[in-house]
Design a protein around this ligand. Sequence first.
Ligand code: NAD
Length: 413
Amino acid sequence: MKKNAFDVALEQLAEAIEYMKLESKIHEIMKEPMAQLTVRIPVRMDNGEVEIFTGFRFQHNTALGPTRGGTRFHSEETPEDVKALSLWMTLKNALNEIPNGGAKGGVIVDPHKLSQHELERLCRGYIRKIAPIIGAWKDFPGADIGTSAQTQSWMMDEWEAMNMHHEAGGISGKMMVLGGSRGRQEATSRGLLFATRELVKARGVEMKSLTAVVQGFGKVGWHLAKLYQMDGVKVLAVSDVDTAIYDPKGLDLLDIHEYVERSGTLRGYPKAMEIGNGELLELECDILAPCAVQNVITEENAPRIKAKFLIEGANGPTTPEAEKILIDKGVFIAPDIWANSGGTQVAHFERIQNLNDDNWSEEEVNAKLERINHKVFNEIYALYTEKNISMRLACWIKAISKVVEAMKARGWV
Ligand code: NAD
């Protein structure tokens, strides 16, 4: 049976707990979210009918502080995915020095099939239903697959209307005019760029000599492909849920972006070769950056992957079996909870600015992000070389140690 994201997260957790020789109580408490809310959201559609959507908000661990994590609007969203993502968020926050626990939300919906009015009503309905457990000192939802600065702004407006006061720190990823942070749009991709530079430098290679393939042409994939190109990396292929496009001479990313803005899909793009999403992962390239969904690199396709660097833009793109195969092949991996933490980091900066009525320049945001990314890399790279373990295990050890320290300080374990 195909593994889901939660199966993968539990395997990763078990490996780290065993390596760290931690007591079973710690394993028990970290296996499941501490709070799980499932909601039904009735939404009046434009045709007058009411449709009922299912949504989730799970809070994994609150030892380090109030929880944070994005909301996914995806047609194949499942409670297992949300559980896995909430656990990864706890670790992402702990590893990257963010004083928060991890949470995640989701709604089973294809947002592209809704009109803007329907989407707005769904966002507002979702917030009304999860209101009992969110707030600036409890849990603050951010953006993820299928959500955007616009959905976040509607969510914040609904939250503030319900509470009858302003509370910009309660929702992150908002539009600038409502307290969003400069640099947030590109933050996850910029963090991925910094992570790529660290790995490439550690291997003594130059960015501008490299080629890259990026899966996913959404918020993360598009900006990352563009930033790679600005660093002199030749981007050979990108994809979306419908198709993948490839040009061994390098893609014209701005032209592709304009095409997607117009047509809503990469399908039919006339100036590159169409290939499959699976084929894309196996292309000859230096950097492979999966920036779409989880579990795309498995034991089935890992033996055929040719990239030298794997940069995990998506959460959980690689199964544990695939990771072993890739490590044996000498692939250097930037694990998700470090590599793609830029968005979480800048969402945290957004909250600091909101709580202080402040507003930072983009240079300041990017410089802070780079400094933390570099510091965390040095810590995990030292552990990776000293203990001869995987980069992922190094990340998990660092993160779990911090969560355990907080749980012990609170007397939970
Ligand atoms: P998005 O909705 O903006 O883009 C997702 C992209 O993936 C789109 O191009 C979509 O067509 C494609 N896609 C969707 N389902 C697919 C499938 N089954 N196969 C292949 N492609 C598929 O989402 P995003 O915000 O860019 O997030 C992408 C990934 O990055 C997710 O795993 C998300 O959890 C992770 N991530 C996002 C952020 C963030 O700040 N947005 C931060 C950290 C991690």
